[in-house]
Design a binder for this molecule. Sequence first.
Ligand code: NZQ
Ligand code: ZN
Length: 385
Amino acid sequence: MNNFSYHNTTRIHFGQGQIAKIRDEIPAGARVLITYGGGSIKKNGVLDQVHAALGGVTYFEFGGIEPNPHFETLMKAVELVRQEKIDFILAVGGGSVIDGTKFIAAAALYPADPWEIVQTYGAKVTQALPFGSVLTLAATGSEMNNGAVVTRAATQDKLFFFSDHVYPKFSVLDPATTFSLPARQTGNGVVDAFVHVVEQYVTYPVNAKVQDRFAESLLLTLLEEGPKALANASDYDARANLMWAATMALNGLIATGVPADWATHLIGQEITGLYGLDHGQTLAVVQPAAWMFRKAEKREKLLQYAERVWGLTAGTEDARIDAAIENTRQFFEKMGVKTRLSDYGLDRSVIPAVIQKLNEHGHVKLGEHANITPAEVSSILELAL
Ligand code: NZQ
Ligand code: ZN
């Protein structure tokens, strides 16, 4: 196991009815901005619950943060923050709203052009407005981490940044808020959390037994509970287990002391930036293909994954690895997320476009061994057609 330090500064309020807790979390006298997306929180009663909890607090609202939040939209919120002297933000929504809010929080106090925040991966962020979140979609882990992904619509650049200044101060995780999710988003969320785990687990062994077994517990939970939530959208226990699994999948816990891959995410990000596929859709397409291409270098962990997650112990090692990859693909399909580029109307012509964007962004040495160059990405995408 590698050396590590681990810290996380987000307080979690988990369970039904916990939205009321935000009353105790908002600093006295704060001027609050509620940020949200396209309006799902108005239809499912979540915004009403937030309003009730904020009785007596001065608040403003900024809606319209789109999936894969746009820099252009977020800068309008930054203007409102400055104009109304906002000193606390409350993000109510999925990963896009929470990520967008992280950007707004950092950009509002940034002394230069805020696009620089993503161009420098957050390295120059020295402060941000404090914010909390009410999560409505189990997927990204943004509710308990320090990362955010922002898209500049004008140039189709989808880029991320990290900063310890953008950990949410608190996050409310009420699984009942996710009952209203469309099946597509439930499926995307399960695939996203699943791929977060395997990006940090299917690499190479470093004898990190605790992290490996945490990772396996999260994968098994997602495999068991994902289909239940699709079958019955209001299954509280399934929603609760999915929500906690997704949060734990990307809050730093399973990342400590182990190598990480992230090639699937970085390739997927370019596909979303260029063609607008949902984040989960890109992962479902790229992950099986990436494993097929990288079977040799991931051999030991793929065998461990095959045995401990899929119970595959019979047959040759190669057959077990192939079966584990195929089972993974079928699980994504079962969650309603298609796993081929052609399923989304895309063909071979996307390959040079994706590679051009990876080159532009300097993302040319991907994976846990930093050996996935554009040539390997091209081979991976060939397997994803
Ligand atoms: O906008 P509204 O109307 O709220 O509708 C949203 C949106 O259309 C809807 N939705 C959310 N909660 C709902 C709901 N509909 C009904 N009931 C509810 N309870 O779902 C749609 C998708 O929402 P979005 O927030 O875009 O989804 P997700 O949570 O999957 O977030 C995706 C974004 O997060 C980034 C992705 O790249 C993408 O931009 N990621 C962030 C990460 C992080 N911060 O650590 C890591 C991830 O790997 C990921 O890259
Ligand atoms: Zn993801």
